[in-house]
Design a protein around this ligand. Structure first.
Ligand SMILES: [Zn+2]
Length: 99
């Protein structure tokens, strides 16, 4: 009985190792991007979350980090521009009230 359990555990370990090694069932980077943007249907989003959380797939985590970094660098100039415009209009408003 215990031998059978050992074998089963060993097999599960091997499958997990192969799964990680071969990146079987890794979602495509485009899928990961859609998931980040919240554009995946619930079933697919669950699969991606399961894959990232339970398999701790280093490949997909790297892809997600990469996509997040790209997203930040794409968004921040717009945000900075908005903050700058807001600051300028505030300064202009302050000058008008003083004058
Ligand atoms: Zn993966």
């Amino acid at each position: 009985m215990s031998e059978h359990q050992d074998l089963e555990a060993e097999l599960a370990f091997t499958v997990a190792a192969i799964w990680r090694q071969e990146r079987i069932s890794c979602p495509h980077p485009h899928v990961l991007q859609s998931w980040l943007q919240g554009g995946l249907p619930p079933g697919a989003a669950e699969f991606v979350e399961f894959h990232l959380r339970d398999s701790s797939c280093p490949y997909c985590h790297a892809v997600v980090e990469d996509l997040k970094a790209q997203d930040d660098s794409a968004r921040s100039p717009v945000l900075e521009d908005m903050q700058e415009r807001l600051l300028r209009s505030t300064v202009a408003a302050l000058r008008q009230t003083r004058a």
